[in-house]
Design a protein around this ligand. Structure first.
Ligand code: NDP
Length: 445
């Protein structure tokens, strides 16, 4: 069986040699589900794993636009429609210069399992562009979004594929994308999630990934008779997920001592408070400043070009980007007494880091379970749009909490080992099983 898995992974690498992040994501899932496949030969016979790693469709297109100096700009746009066995494709759009097809395939692949865990009927997809919103004027971002949507509109729809935000795509970008889709189609539909509250968005969508992460962390801590209250928390990133993870951690009585961006991180042993968080949100979402400006303003220590994993903490919440915790970083965290890692970002831990966390039996919540709160509330936004209704913040927040608890229960069900819960196996097997059963029911398509 080990040889069969090695052959399967070697085949994947040979077919897509440059897509290293995609290999990494598939390797992690294959390791978890292979023993499960061995016990359930029907999945092997139907070649579910072989099918699930191939996108149902990939759209790659040119996006041309004219910048503020009148110069023609060219970017690449993508949408990876990975799997629609349990519902319409669903997953965010990422605008970042590092975006490649391989990166989006890894994200779309992860999204399939994550969406299956949410208990809601959503397939998996992901898209984006190598466009960099940083340093662009609002008008340039709007021109880009409009031209991106000119092509994407042909491939999406409320019952086909419903994109949302991700790195570089927040409320501003979703607004421009939605406006263009509506103009092209002459339809006001729930084709995107993360919409503004007064144009049929859902309450708590902005907060959902960060809040959901903390609800999941609380569930993990509870399995050891513990809680996040009074704990020291290290957070990376300072965007959407990081901001609301920090907010909920503070509300639950934890102390958030770091924040970061791609230039470096800020640290203060006294931690964040409501005034500093409000400043951060304005700095990052409105003034589009840097974390070094935050550090300077509040006299926090600033570490240029470094990540925060060497700082002493009880709980680590990586909320920036993939592979931001390497094997050595993981070692530092474990050595410094970190008891829990909750992944707010997608695949922030390298395979070596994951091995380190599991080997030391610390509470490790993998992204596809721990950060599923965002897409869950996106799913709730789709339901509200279909009903032409808007639920209260309390209602959405309660449903989010229930969903995160349900995801945690599935991880425990499939990941319970002798005296330890392996959340990686739990999330992978539970997500795989749900999609695999639907694929079996729907025949060889
Ligand atoms: P934002 O664009 O709002 O924020 C991203 C943050 O991460 C910024 O602080 C950014 O710093 C930092 N960052 C981005 N790229 C890098 C990099 N290469 N190295 C170091 N830091 C980096 O994105 P989100 O908060 O929405 O997303 C963060 C993570 O969470 C991503 O992995 C995303 O896929 C995941 N996620 C997001 C969800 C959502 O609902 N938004 C849902 C589930 C997962 P800088 O400003 O310098 O670029």
């Amino acid at each position: 069986m080990a040889n069969e898995m090695a052959d399967f992974l070697a085949g994947l690498r040979a077919r897509y040699p440059a897509e290293t992040e995609f290999h990494q994501a598939v390797t992690e899932v294959a390791k978890s589900v292979w023993p499960f496949l061995e016990k359930n030969p029907k999945y092997r016979k139907a070649k579910i794993l072989e099918r699930i790693v191939e996108p149902e469709r990939v759209v790659l297109f040119r996006v041309t636009w004219v910048d503020r100096n009148g110069e023609v700009q060219i970017n690449r746009g993508y949408r990876v429609q990975m799997n629609s066995a349990i519902g319409p494709y669903k997953g965010g759009l990422r605008f970042h210069p590092s975006v490649t097809l391989g990166m989006l395939k890894f994200l779309a692949f992860e999204q399939v399992f994550k969406n299956a865990l949410t208990t809601l009927p959503m397939g998996g997809g992901k898209g984006g562009s190598d466009f960099d919103p940083k340093g662009k004027t609002d008008e340039e971002v709007m021109w880009f979004c409009q031209n991106f949507m000119m092509e994407l509109a042909r491939h999406i729809g409320p019952d086909t594929d419903v994109p949302a935000g991700d790195i570089g795509v927040g409320g501003r970008e979703i607004g421009y994308l939605f406006g263009q889709y509506k103009k092209l189609r002459n339809e006001f539909t729930g084709v995107l999630t993360g919409k503004g509250i007064n144009w049929s968005g859902s309450r708590i969508r902005e907060e959902a990934t960060g809040y959901g992460l903390l609800y999941f962390v609380e569930e993990m801590m509870r399995t050891r008779g513990n809680s996040i209250t009074g704990k020291t928390v290290v957070i990376s990133g300072s965007g959407n997920v990081a901001q609301f993870a920090a907010e909920k951690a503070m509300v639950l009585g934890a102390k958030v001592v770091t924040l970061s961006d791609s230039d470096g991180f800020a640290y203060d042993v006294r931690g964040l408070d409501a005034e500093k968080l409000a400043f951060l949100k304005d700095l990052k979402n409105v003034r589009r400043g840097r974390i070094r400006d935050f550090a300077k303003h509040f006299h926090w220590q600033y570490f240029d070009k470094q990540r925060p994993w060497g700082m002493k903490c009880d709980v680590a919440l990586p909320c920036a980007t993939q592979n931001e915790i390497g094997g050595r970083d993981a070692e530092k965290l474990v050595r410094n007494g970190c008891m829990c890692v909750g992944e707010g970002a997608n695949m922030p831990s390298s395979l070596e880091a994951v091995e380190m966390f599991l080997g030391h039996k610390i509470l490790f919540g993998p992204a596809k379970a721990a950060n599923a709160g965002g897409v869950s509330v996106s799913g709730l936004e789709m339901s509200q749009n279909s009903q032409r209704m808007q639920w209260s913040a309390e209602e959405v927040d309660k449903r989010l909490r229930d969903i995160m608890r349900a995801i945690h229960n599935q991880c425990v069900r499939y990941g319970q080992r002798e005296g330890f819960i392996n959340y990686v196996d739990g999330a992978n097997i539970a997500g795989f099983r749900k999609v695999a059963e639907a694929m079996l029911d729907q025949g060889v398509v």
